[in-house]
Write a protein that binds this ligand. Sequence first.
Ligand code: GLP
Length: 244
Amino acid sequence: MRIILSDSTQEAVNAVATMVLERISSHPNSVIGLATGRTMEPVYETWAQLNSEQIVSHEKCFFFMLDEYIGLQKGHPGSFRSYIEKRVVKPLGLHIDQVAFPPVHTDSIHEAASHYELSIKEAGGVDLQLLGIGGNGHVGFNEPGSLKTSRTRLVDLTPETIKANEKEFPNGDMPHKALSMGIETILEARQLVMLATGKSKADAIKYLLNHHDDPSCPATYLKSHPHFTVVLDPDAASKINLKI
Ligand code: GLP
């Protein structure tokens, strides 16, 4: 695991946006895994900003979404699809067909989950997977208790995750279920880049650094990945003690 300690949140955001853009610039056919959440919002803003200064072709790229809520109507503003359309597809001028969204509008969610896994394989796998981290150590929607061998599947959200995200649903219609890539699915990406910003992530980051393969903090499973980079702002890093 490589840790990048940034001097400010913007510096951390710039580091992540630059990693993605450099990957796409050097490998135009890249397959990028997209994460959502408030942490990622400035990354997508900066990515679009840097791209407007330096125009990197995204035409040959393909994108897979990490997860999606189950139970929202198509086009719901709280859906991760709406988030990505607004913050990634439009600003970068992507064609909507360049992004695969977890297929949540189906009667057979288990079959759809297997099909999503197959689509990732057929695309040649994910080259660079962006990740945030939940305050309880979840990645994607792999909540505490998730197995390291988990694949894309239907998951129940924990009360803590519901509380953390329900402000995105002012009408009180926050779903309690989601479809999420599994831990093993995420581990198959060739490079993992996690961004954590803010004090609310400090405990999870401290736990991540001090534990391995701990089901109570699924992010710890990612430490066995040979190319796992964690980018931290000063608040997220405020509880860690790095001996130099
Ligand atoms: C969300 C997403 C994750 C995200 C995490 C943290 O619900 N499923 O992909 O990394 O929880 O979100 P935030 O960045 O808003 O704190």
